[in-house]
Design a protein around this ligand. Structure first.
Ligand code: NAD
Length: 492
């Protein structure tokens, strides 16, 4: 732990000294206004760095730089884009240690998960790098006297707006396909955790990405974020964040007819039937709510358990929750670190009061933890005796808080699972294959995992239904968003 802390402080020193700059047209620059804002470490609530507070002038400069770089980047052969994107992945791998340590201190996420997130960031680049040469491919569609030939071409400069949870991994997931497709990018990271986005753009330019292809503008959502979504040169906005912010972005982008892609909030059910492999189900339930501090869009925050095993199963989850090690994110033993920011800690703690007031029973946790450094620590919490209409069963808490609800039969489980505004993911535990298929068809979710925790295959579609999103990422779905499809018809 001490060695991790010393190395993290070494890597953070440059941010403490020089702050976090924007990157526009290949140059590291402060905000045009000269203004900055502070980013805190949730470990001790103390300032980590001053961050450039970009606003309309900075977004405009970045959008113009992205526009100026677009024609050349779009015309760069896919094989060359592939080479550069692989070099970015190499750069991520070479600096994985730095990325993981900086990300842990900026977000409070345990180092054990952030090391994996850095690795996944490199994988995202490699996956889309290998597809870059084929991004423009289309198909031919014959009709009597006609041949129709389709192809895709990159859309233009795009805006990418990312949230504070796992910011490094999510940024790579959104930006790699845009670059592979031949688009240029203006990235606006979240104000609570801006450090790793700075590392990422530096790695990209060191890897040979031409100036202006990837621009970074830090700033507040309602300033830099809003002007990015309104900018006429920006053709599309890829956004990951809260559902209500998605609504705002849709309205802000309406005047310039922005294409939008939204990955939004969730209140994902994990449904456990009595015939399931309960040992594996307990492991998955514990992992999928308490890992990443519960600050995870695909976390299974509603536990629906068949009534006949409800008491036994929830007792096992409570026992496991009580044993989770809450602590400093750089301690290798830590499983749950501090929440991202004092304001988010207040929000999560308020739900502990709301749950009690609604009549749910605290079976584990239910309180703040006086962790090392005095950071924003909250104990892994399980509410039992809950019902589907409680606010703790309806609203996204985005912390280590699980709400357990009993169900009598499959029909009731399905009704409860679908009775929320969200539809990102669902998890299903049963040994009955027929039921698994029936339930997966009927549950309102963009992604369903059967007898599995959240495992990913990058060509498969990722995204949500209902208020959880618009569009899909992964494989061809990403290229469809970042590219325009053209049809050419040859007729006799
Ligand atoms: P948020 O919506 O508050 O902020 C996300 C980003 O949007 C930030 O960069 C912010 O500055 C910017 N923003 C805020 N207001 C804006 C505006 N008016 N115009 C343009 N940009 C604006 O979300 P958050 O609190 O940072 O992140 C947590 C949320 O993200 C949760 O709801 C979580 O479920 C969701 N999330 C979803 C996925 C997914 O894949 N579905 C993944 C991760 C996180």
């Amino acid at each position: 732990f001490a060695a991790n802390l010393a190395r993290a402080n070494g890597f953070l020193e440059r941010f403490r000294q020089n702050g976090v700059l924007n990157q526009i047209g290949g140059r590291a620059v402060p905000a045009a206004s000269g203004l900055t804002f502070e980013t805190l470490s949730p470990v001790d609530r103390a300032p980590l760095a001053q961050v450039a507070r970009g606003a309309a002038a900075d977004v405009d400069a970045a959008a113009r730089a992205a526009k100026a770089a677009f024609a050349d980047w779009a015309a760069t052969p896919g094989t060359e884009r592939r080479r550069i994107l692989h070099r970015i992945a190499d750069g991520i791998t070479a600096r994985a240690d730095e990325i993981a340590l900086v990300e842990s201190m900026d977000t409070g996420q345990p180092l054990r998960f952030m090391a994996k997130a850095a690795q996944r960031g490199a994988e995202n680049f490699r996956y889309f790098a290998d597809r870059a040469p084929y991004a423009c491919d289309g198909q031919s569609l014959r009709a009597p006297g006609q041949v129709n030939v389709t192809s895709r071409s990159p859309l233009g400069p795009v805006g990418i707006i990312t949230p504070w949870n796992t910011p490094f991994m999510l940024s790579t997931w959104k930006i790699a396909p845009a670059l592979a497709a031949g688009c240029t990018v203006v990235h606006k990271p979240a104000e609570f955790s801006p450090l790793s986005a700075r590392l990422l753009v530096e790695i990209a330019e060191e890897a040979g990405l031409p100036a202006g292809v990837w621009n970074l503008v830090n700033g507040l959502g309602e300033e830099a974020g809003r002007t990015l979504t309104e900018h006429p040169l920006i053709r599309a906005v890829g956004f990951v964040g809260e559902s209500r912010t998605g609504s705002l972005i849709m309205a802000q982008g309406a005047a310039t007819l922005k294409r939008v892609h939204f990955e939004l909030g969730g209140k994902n059910p994990v449904v456990v039937f009595a015939d399931a492999d309960l040992d594996r189900a307990v492991d998955a339930v514990v992992l999928m709510i308490y890992s990443l501090n519960g600050e995870r869009c695909t976390s299974s925050s509603r536990l629906l358990v068949e009534a006949s095993i409800y008491d036994e199963f929830t007792a096992r989850v409570a026992e496991r929750a009580g044993r989770i090690k809450v602590g400093h994110p750089l301690d290798p033993d830590t499983e749950v670190g501090p929440l991202i920011h004092p304001t988010h800690e207040v929000k999560v703690l308020s739900y502990l009061d709301i749950g009690r007031a609604e009549g749910a029973v605290v079976a584990a946790g239910g309180h703040a933890v006086a962790g090392p450094g005095g950071g924003c620590y909250v104990a892994p919490t399980l509410f039992t005796g809950a019902h589907a209409q409680m606010r703790i069963a309806q609203e996204e808490i985005f912390g280590p808080v699980l709400t357990a609800i009993p169900f009598a039969d499959e029909a009731e489980a399905l009704a409860i699972a679908n009775d929320v505004r969200y539809g990102l993911a669902a998890y299903l535990w049963t040994s009955d294959l027929t039921r698994a298929l029936r339930f997966s068809d009927a549950v309102e979710a963009g992604m369903v995992w059967v007898n599995a925790e959240n495992c990913r295959h990058l060509p498969s579609p990722f995204g949500g239904a209902k208020d959880s999103g618009i569009g899909r990422d992964g494989g061809e779905w990403s290229f469809d968003f970042y590219m325009e499809t053209r049809n050419v018809c040859f007729a006799t």
